[in-house]
Design a binder for this molecule. Structure first.
Ligand SMILES: Nc1ncnc2c1ncn2[C@@H]1O[C@H](COP(=O)(O)OP(=O)(O)O)[C@@H](O)[C@H]1O
Ligand SMILES: CC(C)(COP(=O)(O)O)[C@@H](O)C(=O)NCCC(=O)O
Length: 243
């Protein structure tokens, strides 16, 4: 059994895989890491191997826990990857983005694939039909956009995305929601359209904490898979175990 751990800027995702099937998944803040790790170990004593992907800086405590109790892999450039990385600055490429591209290779081999991860940030990652990773884009996430409007102005409240979405916002709240939510939807639809003009037969996948909220509101009908990154991590783990 494998334990895969994705530490993002908002939350930790932890999942147990057996024979490439996801058996169990937890999402929690980094401060609850130790509790959740102990719980999952008790529930799944068969866990032998762990892989960790992190995009946050201070995780030495969490790493020690995983290293102490399991055969431990950390996603770094030293691991073998199932694609050719053409990013000009591979050393600074987010580990989460590496896992997303690995998932794209596993699920859509030899297909031009655009992965959109709507988490703390919205990332776009593209791999072509030759399994080359070319890069993509990094943009503020949904919550970050609302926080930015509040934090960098004197008068704007802190909002969360709600059900009501107008094009012509008729109040402060509706105007902010229109700007943030419609703005992000248009950005995603527009980015997809730009990739689609350059790459025929484009496969698109949407994942991350805001994937469900966005997918039902997008013009493009995109398959949303909230486990895509975890599946990519498990694929990298299996790929490296057998090397
Ligand atoms: N219950 C929730 N708690 C925190 N964030 C949430 C929740 N529901 C939706 N979100 C959204 O999900 C985003 C975080 O997504 P996630 O994929 O966990 O990010 P990351 O991988 O960067 O940690 C937040 O920025 C927020 O917009
Ligand atoms: C862009 C990110 C902050 C996204 O993090 P997330 O929203 O998933 O928490 C992360 O992938 C990162 O720190 N990247 C480093 C820069 C790069 O990928 O080029």
């Amino acid at each position: 059994m494998n334990l895969v751990v994705d530490i993002g800027n908002t939350s930790v995702k932890m999942a147990v895989f057996q024979n490439n099937s996801l058996l169990h998944k937890l999402i929690f803040p980094l401060s609850d890491f130790s509790n959740n790790f102990q719980k999952i170990k008790i529930q799944f004593p068969e866990i032998e191997t762990t892989i960790l992907s992190s995009v946050v800086k201070t995780i030495s405590k969490e790493k020690k826990l995983l290293q102490r109790d399991t055969y431990f892999f950390e996603l770094t450039q030293a691991l073998s990857l199932p694609f050719e990385n053409k990013y000009a600055t591979p050393a600074t490429l987010g580990k989460d983005r590496i896992a997303l591209v690995a998932a794209a290779v596993a699920k859509f081999p030899k297909k031009n694939t655009l992965v959109i991860d709507a988490g703390t940030c919205v990332t776009f990652d593209f791999k072509n039909d030759k399994e080359e990773y070319l890069g993509g884009a990094i943009s503020p996430g949904l919550e970050m956009r609302f926080k930015a409007l509040h934090n960098f102005t004197a008068n704007l409240p802190l909002l969360k995305p709600g059900e009501n979405l107008e094009l012509i916002g008729g109040s402060t709240e509706a105007s902010m929601t229109s700007g943030v939510v419609n703005g992000l939807l248009l950005e995603i639809d527009g980015t997809i359209a730009s990739y689609a003009t350059e790459y025929e037969d484009l496969t698109i996948i949407l994942t991350g904490g805001d994937a469900q909220f966005l997918s039902v509101r997008l013009k493009n009908s995109i398959f949303a898979n909230s486990n895509f990154l975890l599946e990519g991590l498990n694929y990298i783990l299996e790929f490296n175990k057998t090397q």
